[in-house]
Ligand binder design. Sequence first.
Ligand code: F1P
Length: 358
Amino acid sequence: MPASGSPVRSSHTLAEILSQPEKWRLSQQALLHHAAFQSALAQAAGRGEWLFVGCGTSFYLAEAAAASWTLLTGQRARAVPASELLLFPRLALLRTPHLQGVIISRSGRTSEALRAAELLSREHHLPTLGITCVEDSELAKACDLIISLCEVDEKSMVMTRSFTSMLLALVHLAAASVVTGDGSSPFEKIAAALSSRIEGWNDHIESFVAKHSFEDYIYLAQGPFFPIAREAALKVTEMSCSYAQPYHTLEFRHGPKSVVAPQTCLTFFLSESGMPAESEVLLEMKELGGTIIAVCNRASDSLRRSCDLLFELQADVPEVMLLAPFVVPTQLLGFHTGIKKGFNPDEPKNLGRVVILD
Ligand code: F1P
């Protein structure tokens, strides 16, 4: 427990990270009463392809949502940064038949996200669904439909629970549009699993950070977990001004592994589909002397022996449901690393909550 007066104790960023299990429950419950969610659900069946759009953390959310969508529905789904849509619209193939646009913005005010919504809707006459954490936002005015998860909005500059809650809302939209549940909610299962672990994880990470100093941070993942690696890298950069790089796990052998040393902190997001191949890379990097963190659903004995820090969720849910809880340990790593380096994650250096362009 942090000493009284420590910035940790009073941090709203940490409180928001720790509030995620309860906020997931609240936002999932609220969704069921959202007219826009029900309308999006009804319209989803008629869509042929999905284009998810966002900026910063909301772009990595778009990537995670697109991968989850394809795995859950079999439909084509892509993600682009709003800026790419604005500067290179031809690359987005907007004439694709039955294309649905989904614009993601916590604030609902990011200039590039709003301009992307208007481009899709007004210039290309595409249906647009917005998802945000603010009531009556500018994004709501720019989209045909808007899902507002106001209960998960944040005081913080960095996005944490807004990222995971909006991702789970989009996963719910994909899941609900293809299968009828068997009654047991996978959302409740991950909330319960995280709720019973998150305080212990926080303590483990705080003491791990106190004992180690790293020069660089590497995040490794495959498939739908790769956007989570990208978001994790952004978190530690935003909150602690550290250099962080995401790579596809097996790609890391093809050159980037040259950086590995004891002062390199490597975090592996281990999928269930790719665990054997991904674990081989983990063992190789351990042998190169790297410091190893692993985030997985269930660990093998050899994995337990090879990690310097291990996070297991142990939830019986479809694999795509693991994306949101897997990012939580890395949000905590970014936070405590920032505190250790003398920064205040509640007021990150050089950053603002929303990027508004003239
Ligand atoms: C997008 C964003 C955030 C980032 C920072 C600046 O915000 O890039 O991802 O952490 O807050 O804005 P939004 O469009 O989701 O409100």
